[in-house]
Design a protein around this ligand. Structure first.
Ligand code: DGT
Ligand code: CA
Ligand code: CA
Ligand code: ZN
Length: 592
């Protein structure tokens, strides 16, 4: 973790503790400062070396906060934070991970019932003590119980967005180890699953012990869980990393095996068996002439390398040996990929470089941190041909006071016109409107909507899985005459809030009819829609839009997660709105 992120975490913790005790305004000041420190381009410890004034140059950081930051960097703690921790000795992160439990709730329940941990919270809810606290009721108590179950289950899996950078560091380190000939990630990470149980890494080497030793000795390793010649497991940034080392000639077979998914492998293995072949992590073998049962002792020690070897060195050769073309890892979920591969019907998947622009972004006009001009410059530097500014309209569920009124939108339109004069990329002006519980698209008047280039409509209220089936709600939104994109359709926040219940097939059919695009929101906390839902959308003929919902420049790069998520949904370039050039996007907007 960078020191900027570390400092930001401390400031946010301070804000939570103050908010929990009913302090007003100050928490928001600290949160805003935290966000700016986190996103700040320069390392905060470097600024601190130049003194408090240099730290106070960061947006939103005043003298008081700058002094706390310097205190933290110099001493490792902040006296005022320690005081607040002592007043409210609770597991804040663990408790606020429960949907619907914020710092204020934590403060009230500590005050009334002495709740400090998730276990305390659960015990209090089960004993029906929470409903008796002023301001709470039986419904809230039940929601908390449901939320605890979800939070517990979620704690075990890391977000792809957190695991990827750590895994890339591991790969970079291992690639530099002398004994390593080849190295790659496998497992769910290589398939770009939204959450990761552990990181599987595969290396080819004739000296497994040296590779395992190097990893175990790496400075970034916090804990060595298991250490041997072919398998070493360590903890890096809180993630479990499983390294397996194989000989170069078996690397392809091992990569195929350890990439999974397990269901894909099971299906592939039964295909092999029907052909009189055996496929495992060591290779593909023709066992049609082998007398003994596969697996019996035949001289190689464990009986796994039986029969005539057909492939092993490359993954493509492994698939080829059982009659299939190479299958992209994102498709290996046993959702029809083997049949499609056999028939030559594998999709020609969307590629990273295909995406030409971002159609869902935020500025300081709502809850982002950038001016329109800075966002546009960032998008141009990122390589986009166009960008659509879609700040939040006012409405429920949107960050307090951050939403734009009709008058604000007209004023913003004038700013967008000015910015267009100074840039080579196309700047669309849009809005993100809220989809309410009944599927109404709220808060912006029809004449303002009609003047905008694009309307993203997204649910921000009535979320979670408690509301029953929401298919009709989403269909109403996609059928709204002004809506062009249904943003983060399910409203899920991975590990925090479940997706609402809906039938992606029906929503996609309605979207295809209405000419409304369905978003693949690339934020690693969302990835919404996700693989199987994108697949349903594409099959129903809907167009998808791979957007980042960026609130800052670094978030524009999240598009990579959206692209791979769309690939998990079998999306081809032709299925994706923002693969088109700016004129192509205009055409879609006018037709719909
Ligand atoms: P994760 O770690 O829970 O996010 O998911 P994976 O897919 O990375 O699963 P993991 O780490 O347990 O195992 C990595 C891969 O190894 C898995 O995708 C397929 C393969 N594998 C593991 N166990 C088995 C097994 O019992 N049979 C087969 N065919 N493959 C397995
Ligand atoms: Ca894994
Ligand atoms: Ca594993
Ligand atoms: Zn948004």
């Amino acid at each position: 973790m960078s020191r900027n992120a570390e400092v930001a975490d401390r400031l946010e913790e301070y804000a939570d503790l103050l908010e929990a005790q009913g302090v007003e305004y100050k928490p928001n000041t600290y949160r805003r400062a935290a966000e700016n420190v986190r996103e700040h381009a320069a390392a905060v410890e470097g600024l601190a070396d130049d003194g408090e004034d240099a730290v106070a140059e960061i947006d939103g950081v005043g003298d008081a906060i700058a002094s706390k930051i310097v205190e933290y960097l110099e001493t490792g703690s902040i006296a005022e934070l320690e005081e607040e921790r002592a007043k409210l000795p609770v597991e804040m992160d663990e408790l606020t991970a429960v949907e619907g439990v914020g710092p204020k709730t934590v403060g009230s329940l500590y005050e009334a019932l002495g709740v400090q941990t998730l276990d305390d919270l659960e015990a209090a809810a089960e004993a029906n003590e929470i409903r008796a606290v002023s301001g709470f009721g039986a419904t809230t108590e039940q929601n908390i119980l449901d939320g605890i179950a979800f939070a517990r289950q979620a704690q075990e899996r890391e977000l792809l967005g957190d695991a990827r950078p750590a895994a890339e560091d591991v790969l970079e380190f291992l690639a530099d180890v002398d004994a390593v000939e080849r190295v790659d990630v496998a497992g769910s990470l290589r398939r770009w699953k939204p959450t990761i149980g552990d990181v599987d890494v595969l290396a080819a080497s004739s000296d497994g012990a040296a590779v395992g030793d190097a990893l175990a000795d790496w400075e970034r390793v916090d804990d060595v869980l298991d250490h041997g010649d072919t398998k070493t497991s360590v903890r890096v940034d809180g993630l479990r990393v499983d390294l397996r080392v194989v000989v170069d000639g078996e690397f392809g077979a091992a990569l195929q095996y350890f990439t999974g998914s397990k269901d894909h492998n099971v299906a592939l293995r039964s295909e092999a068996i029907e052909q009189g072949k055996k496929i495992n992590e060591y290779g593909v073998f023709d066992v049609s002439d082998v007398e003994a049962e596969p697996g019996a002792e035949t001289g190689d020690g464990d009986g796994q390398r039986v029969g005539q070897r057909l492939a092993g060195e490359s993954e493509a050769a492994v698939y080829d040996a059982v009659g299939f073309p190479w299958i992209p890892p994102e498709l290996r979920e046993d959702r029809g990929e083997l049949a499609a591969a056999r028939d030559g019907d594998l999709p020609d998947l969307l590629a990273g470089g295909d995406v030409r622009g971002d159609l869902h972004t935020h500025t300081e006009w709502s809850d982002g941190v950038l001016t329109v001009a800075d966002l546009v410059t960032g998008a141009a530097e990122f390589g986009h041909d166009y960008l659509c500014v879609t700040d939040h309209a006012e409405g429920p569920g949107v960050v307090a006071d951050a939403g734009l009124s009709d008058a604000d939108l007209r004023e913003q339109a004038a700013e967008v016109r000015r910015v267009r004069e100074d840039t080579d990329i196309t700047v669309f002006h849009g809005v993100e409107a809220n989809v309410d519980a009944d599927g109404n698209v709220g808060a912006v008047s029809d004449d303002v909507l009609a003047d905008l280039d694009l309307v993203v409509a997204s649910p921000h209220s009535g979320l979670g899985d408690g509301g029953g089936d929401q298919t009709d709600r989403l269909i109403r939104a996609v059928e709204h005459p002004h809506v062009d994109v249904l943003g983060h359709p399910s409203g899920r926040l991975i590990n925090q809030r479940p997706a609402m219940e809906f039938d992606p097939r029906e929503v996609a059919a309605a979207a295809a009819d209405a000419g409304t695009a369905l978003e693949v929101n690339s934020n690693p906390h969302r990835l919404d829609l996700w693989g199987s839902a994108v697949q349903a959308a594409v099959e129903a003929g809907a167009t998808v839009a791979v957007n980042t919902d960026a609130h800052s420049i670094p978030e524009l790069a999240n598009v990579e997660f959206g692209v791979h998520t769309a690939r998990r949904g079998w999306a081809e370039a032709g299925d994706v709105l923002n693969v088109r050039d700016a004129d192509g996007v205009r055409e879609f907007l006018h037709d719909s």
